[in-house]
Design a binder for this molecule. Sequence first.
Ligand SMILES: NC(=O)c1ccc[n+]([C@@H]2O[C@H](COP(=O)([O-])OP(=O)(O)OC[C@H]3O[C@@H](n4cnc5c(N)ncnc54)[C@H](OP(=O)(O)O)[C@@H]3O)[C@@H](O)[C@H]2O)c1
Length: 268
Amino acid sequence: MTNRRTVITGGSSGLGLALAHTLAADGDELVLIARNPAKLEAAAVEIRAAVKGARVSHYSVDVSDAQALQETFEDIIEQIGGIDLLINSAGVLREARFEDTTEATFRETFDINLFGVINCCRAALPSLKENSGTIVNIASMASHAGVYGYTAYCASKHALKGFTESLYFELKPQGVRVQLICPPEFDSPMVDALDEGRSPENMAQTQMVPKEPMDVIVRDTMKAIRSGQYHTIAGFNARLAGFAVQHFPGLTRKLGEKIVKKASRGAS
Ligand SMILES: NC(=O)c1ccc[n+]([C@@H]2O[C@H](COP(=O)([O-])OP(=O)(O)OC[C@H]3O[C@@H](n4cnc5c(N)ncnc54)[C@H](OP(=O)(O)O)[C@@H]3O)[C@@H](O)[C@H]2O)c1
């Protein structure tokens, strides 16, 4: 049993919720953060039903609201005595061509996917330093490559990768571990919503790496948390794709271009 005190943003759904189940089984005391209070309560009930003796509390707060988040973390630290592990999984995804993506969408995406993580790291840091804790940022394969329809999302996830890389060097000497997880597309409510209206070009390009089941992403994320490895691309196919993008960028761009062109032709 780990007995860690773990805060998970986005803990009411998808990857955050799936990790919460596994960490509860490991013996962690959990605090889930998201906006929708009914979904948070449902998640806590689900975890308590699945894991006997699970300790789960939750806070309804928007991670992009720095002030509210600061107050939330103060309360969390008072309630559970400190934070050992912070998992930043809260995120949003809107797919549209750049010409159809409003400035408001760009700002919302950055406010949540980048500033939401920055706000949580800032608010949790004093306690993480005290407890030689760990920050796990859930980025994406979209942190490594561009994708049709993802100008806002990819930009926010590339920025999150840059933030995380820099934070690693600053916090390592202070005893705080920083980790970056980059999953490919996986089964989750986020992708269910995306599937309702995504462009054929986006579908074709993202499926160059086939969608992974949730348990593969949870397995590789937990492996990283247990081993302390800084950077993890989750899933074997995504690791291969990551290798190709890093070492053969011209080739993978050409392949992407071909796939997008074919999907556009098919659509028209
Ligand atoms: N699904 C994929 O294929 C995929 C692939 C690569 C990376 N990722 C990344 O993995 C992470 C989890 O994705 P997922 O698929 O599990 O998504 P999901 O099922 O849609 O869950 C997103 C979670 O984030 C919370 N959230 C969203 N905006 C928030 C805000 N402003 N403040 C607080 N909480 C907020 C949501 O709750 P509320 O709406 O109630 O706030 C929900 O709990 C995201 O960062 C995503 O970008 C996903």
